[in-house]
Ligand binder design. Structure first.
Ligand SMILES: Cc1ncc(COP(=O)(O)O)c(C=O)c1O
Length: 496
């Protein structure tokens, strides 16, 4: 006889009704063969007495089991487990202990990615972590954005915007962005040239999907933004690398490649090359545009940190000089406002944007239309520009402090140029030290270098990494440099 009294655990203080708890537990026992096919279940009165619940609870439970096809009730005879149910082949009886189930690996196989790096687990709050150049999220205008979001959500006619929509993104935001980007970046686009994405990474991925197949060639910098490299590699394209010097990617090397091979695209971070932070010179910009026309390749221009310039006005993107629509221009508000607001754009010829918008549907039916409307308002009202002006002042001060402390206290160990823009410094160690050693010693000082290896995707051992400065307050910058000083002193002592 099935041990009814000890087998069921019914809890009063949960959201699930008692009859459903009981039914779900019956289903466990039936599917695992503990209540085998054809078994007659205890009568409703007896079971309710046994479990101390109302009889109606058991009656409703049996009705539910019948509705779901686990039991049949035979008039005047009782309720029976159906006699055609296969038994689940479990390795062991797991019963109601769901936690025990969590570590079991599944029986099927799946493809694991060998390109994407494992993310380091986040360290606790008292650790200092070097980052790639991210904004200070403590300065993000979340209150203003929240206020606009709430106002838009309460509009009477909001129902029109929250159904399934277009894969191009919200119409209103597209209109506002067209106006904003045409005036701020010198573009000459219409709405048909613009697709809203969930950040720059989606723009890079969509471009890769549309431009590259196995063995197609894409040219990237010798050091390059690692996520872009990985995204291109995932298409099985071939990455050809060209040098990057103080004027940016060396375009004459691209021309040499074009003379002997067909290339599909060139990926650039022209404003501030990632990772080295240098700006592509005017001469090289024009040269590259001419090459794109002559050799018929696409330029994927990732303008991830357009807004951050401390010495001069923002430099117009290549896309602004491009009448041929050979440039696919990508940007987002994720650096300017905060990474959590997944609003970006891809700008290209109408035909490319149309195809990209179809392709986006493979992974994402649409964006968050309320957030998109919120940003339409945030941009149109001038709030975004006001926010940029505010943080630019703060980040400039942080850049200056970070660089002056690096120089005055650590120049014995490293060298760097003060970046004209962006949110990071490209720091090169002198040859006596490696970042690997710094990372290992850092662990003794609650200091994490993050995934520094990603700055050397071509394995050139250039001994340099990016150090973000924008996300730390002045006080945190002092602490960071002091810690770094302690780490280097220890390393220096250990080498003597
Ligand atoms: C060069 C570059 N491109 C693109 C991105 C991705 O940005 P988003 O958050 O807009 O996807 C980043 C983010 O770090 C970046 O550094």
């Amino acid at each position: 006889m099935f041990p009814y009294k000890t087998s069921f655990v019914l809890k009063k203080n949960t959201n699930q009704s008692l009859y459903l708890q009981l039914a779900n537990q019956f289903i466990f026992y039936i599917s695992e063969g503990k209540l085998s096919n054809g078994t007659k279940l205890l009568g409703t009165r007896t079971l309710s007495d046994l479990l101390g619940v109302h009889r109606k609870t058991v009656v409703t439970c049996y009705e539910e089991l019948e509705e779901q096809g686990w039991v049949i009730s035979v008039p005047k005879k009782g309720t029976f487990v159906k006699d055609d149910l296969p038994i689940l082949n479990q390795q062991e009886f797991i019963g109601l202990n769901k936690e025990k189930n969590n570590n079991i690996s599944s029986d099927y196989t799946f493809y694991k990615d060998s390109l994407l790096p494992e993310k380091e687990p986040l360290k606790s709050e008292d650790w200092i972590r070097i980052n790639d150049g991210v904004s200070d999220t403590r300065l993000a205008p979340t209150v203003e954005i929240g206020r606009i979001y709430r106002r838009i959500s309460s509009r009477k006619n909001i129902f029109k915007d929250i159904s399934y929509g277009s894969t191009y993104g919200n119409e209103r935001l597209r209109e506002v962005l067209v106006e904003y980007l045409n005036s701020s970046r010198g573009l000459k686009i219409t709405k048909d040239n613009l697709l809203i994405t969930r950040g720059s990474q989606m723009g890079i991925w969509l471009s890769a999907q549309l431009l590259l197949k196995k063995e197609d060639i894409i040219v990237v910098g010798m050091t390059n933004y690692s996520s872009a490299d990985i995204t291109f590699k995932q298409t099985q394209a071939t990455l050809k690398r060209v040098a990057v010097d103080s004027e940016g990617i060396v375009v004459s090397e691209i021309e040499e490649i074009c003379k002997s091979s067909v290339i599909k695209a060139v990926y650039i971070t022209s404003h501030h090359h990632h990772p080295t932070t240098v700006t592509l010179s005017a001469e090289r910009r024009l040269h590259l545009l001419n090459l794109a026309r002559k050799y018929r390749f696409a330029i994927v221009e990732d303008d991830y940190d357009y807004d951050f310039n401390y010495n001069h006005a923002p430099i117009l993107p290549l896309a602004s000089h491009d009448d041929r629509k050979n440039v696919i221009y990508i940007g987002s508000v994720c650096k300017t406002v905060a990474p959590v607001f997944r609003i970006g754009y891809l700008i290209a010829s109408e035909a490319f944007v149309k195809e990209a918008s179809k392709h986006r549907g493979y992974v994402d039916r649409q964006g968050d239309a309320i957030l998109e409307l919120t940003f339409a308002e945030f941009i149109k009202s001038g709030d975004l520009d006001r926010h940029i002006r505010k943080i630019l002042k703060i980040y400039k001060e942080r850049r200056d402090l970070f660089c002056s402390l690096l120089k005055s206290q650590l120049s014995k160990y490293l060298e760097f140029n003060v970046p004209k823009g962006g949110m990071a410094i490209w720091v090169k160690l002198n040859s006596e030290y490696t970042w690997e050693e710094v990372k290992a010693e850092g662990l003794n000082h609650n200091f994490s270098l993050g995934e520094w290896e990603r700055y050397d995707m071509a394995n050139k051992r250039h001994n340099a990494i990016r150090m973000g400065f924008a996300s730390y307050t002045n006080e945190e910058i002092y602490q960071l440099i002091e810690k770094l000083g302690g780490i280097f002193s220890n390393l220096e002592r250990s080498k003597k």
